[in-house]
Design a protein around this ligand. Structure first.
Ligand code: NI
Length: 271
């Protein structure tokens, strides 16, 4: 397989802006053809609800009941279910962006997909991504948020609070204080300086693991598809402990499905 050469070269101003403001909008990380290819795979994965049984597919904003339509379906690790996603210009550029922003040690750390269905797609409440992560580690990472159609305020583009990446991780709670819901919302924060970041198909936004962000509901007749790659420096154990009690309080159907799948796998391995 031939290696795909990255095409994105960030300017010194863009690199400074990311470190100063905690986010960045990039006009082009891939081509229209590749966006169409990604969109086909993406729609197929959500249609099939891949990963439902193993807890990788769930409703981020609702109690994730078996028969209720999800308003914010999410798939963790889409490339597990479509390995062809591991190739492509967008991925070569993601790594190139990470190395330009964070240095040569930067690596891929994860990926997920969040779909806002046409007209009913729910808002993604204000949160810091690190609030979902392991409290015993320190991170220097970012999410590369790739819309697979134009992203607008009306369909749920990203919105950021500039410089909030300099904050500590603030207390969060499950959406609606419902422990069955995976999605988190920050307890309180000043969002008066928030900036909405519309971006065209083929572009992307970048945000630091502590940057406070939000995406509104999708009020348009078309789905809003976002594919999110996480890249960063290897995490390090923290010397000072933290308690992300909002995660330990969760009791989500997703987690239960993941545990059940692990148990089934262990049983079949010993059978
Ligand atoms: Ni987020």
């Amino acid at each position: 397989m031939s290696r795909i050469e990255p095409t994105v070269v960030l300017s010194p101003e863009q690199i400074d802006a990311y470190h100063r403001e905690g986010y960045l909008v990039i006009d082009a990380i891939t081509t229209a053809d590749e966006v169409a290819w990604l969109r086909d795979i993406y729609d197929r994965l959500f249609e099939a609800r891949v990963g439902r049984d193993s807890g990788d597919e769930f409703d981020l904003a609702g109690p994730d009941e078996e028969d209720a339509p999800a308003t914010l379906p999410q798939i963790l690790g889409p490339s597990k279910y479509a390995p062809e996603l591991k190739g492509g210009l967008y991925r070569a550029n993601a790594l190139a962006i990470a190395r330009q922003l964070l240095g040569p040690e930067a690596v891929f750390q994860g990926e997920h997909a969040i779909l806002k269905p046409a007209r009913v797609g729910a808002a993604t409440p204000w949160h810091q991504d690190e609030a979902y992560w392991q409290p015993q580690f320190s991170y220097n990472a970012f999410s590369l948020w790739i819309p697979l159609q134009g992203a607008t305020v009306e369909n749920g583009c990203m919105q950021f609070v500039p410089r909030s990446h300099t904050w500590e991780v603030k207390p969060h709670h499950c959406i609606g204080n419902d422990p069955r819901i995976h999605g988190l919302e920050i307890d309180e924060a000043d969002i008066t300086s928030a900036v909405a970041c519309p971006v065209g198909a083929g572009g992307a936004t970048v945000h630091h693991n502590r940057t406070l962000h939000y995406a509104g509901p999708n009020t348009t007749p078309e789905p809003r598809r976002a594919y999110i790659l996480m890249l960063g420096l290897p995490s390090k154990p923290r010397s000072e402990p933290r308690d992300f009690y909002w995660n330990t309080a969760k009791q989500t159907p997703r987690e239960q499905r993941a545990l059940d799948a692990k148990r089934r796998a262990a049983e079949s391995a010993t059978a």
